[in-house]
Design a binder for this molecule. Structure first.
Ligand SMILES: [Zn+2]
Length: 135
C-alpha cells in the first residue's frame, strides 16, 4: 500500500483539490444510471484525505438524484464532474468520491491503477456486472 498525495483539477482549473490516495488499492467503474452517462472512473476516500484548493459556489454546480445520499460537484465553466460527496453506511459514513480522470498525473500512472467493475445498475455494488466492455 502506497498512499500518495495527488493534485487534481477540472479541465479549466477553476476546481482544484488534492487527495491522499492509494491507487494500487484499486479504482472503480460503475454502471449505474449516472456513472454510465459520465463513464465515471472513481475512487472513494475519507473526508480527511480530501482538500479543496479551488472552486467555490460561484464555480461549482451540484447534482443529486435517487436517494440523494450523494452529491456530484461539477464545474460551471467547463462541465467536468470533479468530485462527489456523500454519506453511506456501506462506505463507512461520510466520503469523497474522486474522479480519477481529474488527477493531474502522467497517463502511465493512471494506466497502472487496478479497476474494479461495480454493478450499480442492479444495486449490486460489490459484484461485477455481466457486461463491462463499455464501461
Ligand atoms: Zn472547470
Amino acid at each position: 500500500m502506497t498512499v500518495e498525495t495527488y493534485q487534481a483539477s477540472c479541465h479549466c482549473g477553476a476546481i482544484r483539490y488534492e487527495v491522499d490516495l492509494d491507487l494500487s488499492a484499486g479504482t472503480s467503474r460503475c454502471n449505474c444510471s449516472m456513472c454510465n452517462k459520465l463513464r465515471k472512473w472513481g475512487a472513494i476516500v475519507k473526508p480527511d484525505a480530501f482538500r479543496l484548493l479551488g472552486g467555490g459556489p460561484e464555480d461549482t454546480g451540484t447534482y443529486q438524484f435517487g436517494t440523494f445520499s450523494g452529491t456530484y460537484h461539477f464545474c460551471k465553466h467547463c462541465a467536468v464532474h470533479a468530485y462527489g460527496t456523500g454519506e453511506l453506511e456501506v462506505l463507512g459514513g461520510k466520503y469523497y468520491s474522486i474522479n480519477i480522470a481529474c488527477l493531474d498525473v502522467d497517463h502511465a500512472v493512471l494506466a497502472a491503477a487496478p479497476v474494479q467493475y461495480m454493478d450499480g445498475l442492479n444495486n449490486d455494488w460489490f459484484n461485477v456486472p455481466k457486461i463491462t466492455s463499455h464501461m
